[in-house]
Design a binder for this molecule. Structure first.
Ligand code: SF4
Ligand code: SF4
Length: 450
């Protein structure tokens, strides 16, 4: 946020000019007045009840909340984003590696986008080569590894080899994992936290016991109830010191059932700061899903579950920050690479073998594919959306092919409003009695992307 503010500078007041609120402002009423959040600069100000003094107006102009009537804030946001990207590129090396230890999986979810893709696994030799590659390109900087698949824990040897290679070379690293949780028993969870430096695991739950077991359809499984086993394993991961983020995949068929899942999680784990839960709407990519009849219906279910999660303290809304985003994800970020099981490199973790940009054995990269991934798209509702500075949508991203529905737009707005409210409640003393205060939300929340 400081970089964005430095790029924007302060706006000077121009005499005889009529000013209006920027479209890139989210307003949240609160007890003391109204909180204004600028989604380009990330600044948050509290305008006290009934406060409309000249000094407030001047302050709001200075910090770009008020802009001239004919100001083009989308063009302004694009220019600031361009400069921020140039600054970031200048400082970046390779620091984030998504590694697929295998494309195989022990589950057969009906909605899986990897359905029908070739199943292959990383060998010990390739894992050693990956370790050497990372050590060479990270240039001693801290590395984050994202273990992905398939089911990454189905092939644990590469995780062990690569983690050891980084450890032996004194390269600081931490890791996250996307897993179905089936193999995360006590021994694996302890090893994951201790030796593999896994700080966070995302585990998907698709419904209560019967629905979950039917949806996951685990193969080669002698477990009577994989659901029970995965819930046990969530406990093991938490006990080992990892954060666990439970992803509730939702479509119309399991929407009602997910309320019961939330209750069961609460009953079993109680409030635990390391446990968070979020709802993800299933999209039809390869497998069939049971679609909602309308966006409103989906939104109402999602809101209902999120309200419950909020009440239980499982929704991590403070992880979102409101300032400018310069990229969408790993695909348009030069510091990120996706390493396939045979050492080839892609930009997007959700595509298979179609967009190879190079491999770990050479520094040659297909620049055309890399640049193509950075191409962005705007939708008809973007021009008037308060979240414009916050949003980068990649033209090639499979999740962006249907545009931005009203449902998505509203739920993104709702998230940021809730985050602002949470921040205000936590920092009220600091803001209380101050007619006009500025708060650095990004630093307060660790600056993570939403
Ligand atoms: S481009 Fe889309 S699908 Fe690919 S990694 Fe980014 S968000 Fe995921
Ligand atoms: S993609 Fe959606 S949320 Fe983002 S700016 Fe456009 S309309 Fe708003």
């Amino acid at each position: 946020m400081k970089t964005t503010i430095a790029i924007c500078g302060h706006q000077n007041t121009v005499e005889n000019t009529s000013y209006r609120y920027t479209k890139h402002c989210v307003k949240v009423p609160c007890e003391d007045g109204v909180l204004l959040c600028h989604t380009l600069t990330g600044e948050l100000v509290l305008v006290g009840r009934g406060e409309d003094s000249e000094s407030t107006t001047q302050q709001l102009i200075k910090s770009w909340f008020l802009v001239p009537e004919d100001f083009d804030e989308c063009k302004w946001a694009d220019e600031v984003r361009h400069i921020a990207k140039l600054l970031r590129t200048r400082n970046s090396g390779k620091s984030h590696f998504t590694i697929l230890t295998t494309t195989d999986c022990n589950a057969r979810c009906f909605y899986c986008y990897e359905m029908g893709m070739r199943r292959y696994t990383m060998t010990a030799k390739t894992a050693r080569d990956v370790g050497e590659y990372i050590a060479r390109v990270c240039k001693g900087k801290k590395v984050t590894i994202s273990w992905f698949g398939g089911e990454p824990l189905l092939n644990r040897e590469p995780i062990e080899i690569i983690s050891r290679a980084l450890q032996e070379r004194g390269i600081p690293f931490d890791a996250i994992i996307t897993s179905n949780g089936y193999y995360l028993d006590t021994a694996v969870a302890e090893k994951a936290a201790r030796d593999w430096h896994i700080i966070s695991a995302q585990i998907t739950i698709d419904g209560t016991e019967e629905n979950y077991n039917r949806t996951k359809a685990y193969i080669n499984c002698d477990e009577q109830s994989p659901y029970r086993r995965v819930l046990d394993n969530i406990g093991h991961a938490l006990d080992a010191g990892m954060c666990v983020n439970v992803r509730l995949n939702m479509d119309r068929a399991n929407a009602d059932d997910l309320f019961a899942v939330v209750e069961e999680l609460a009953e079993r784990f109680g409030p635990r700061p390391e446990l968070s839960v979020h709802v993800a709407l299933l999209k039809k990519l390869v497998g069939d899903i049971h679609a909602f009849t309308s966006g409103e219906e989906a939104l109402s279910y999602r809101n209902g579950i999120e309200d419950k999660l909020r009440e239980l303290g499982y929704l991590r809304e403070t992880e979102y920050h409101p300032g400018l985003s310069t990229n969408q994800c790993m695909a348009d970020n030069d510091s990120c690479e996706v390493i396939l099981p045979d050492g080839r490199i892609e930009k997007c973790e959700h595509l298979d073998e179609k967009e190879i940009v190079g491999d770990i054995y050479s520094d040659d990269r297909n620049k055309e594919i890399i640049e193509n991934w950075k191409e962005t798209v705007r939708f008809s509702n973007c021009a008037d959306c308060a979240l414009y500075p916050k949003c980068v949508s990649l033209k090639k991203c499979p999740w962006m092919q249907e545009g931005c529905s009203q449902l998505r737009q509203i739920s993104q707005l709702k998230r940021i409003e809730q985050m602002i409210r949470n921040y205000y409640l936590e920092n009220r003393d600091r803001m209380d009695g101050t007619k006009h205060d500025e708060v650095d939300i990004e630093n307060a929340t660790g600056g993570s992307r939403w």
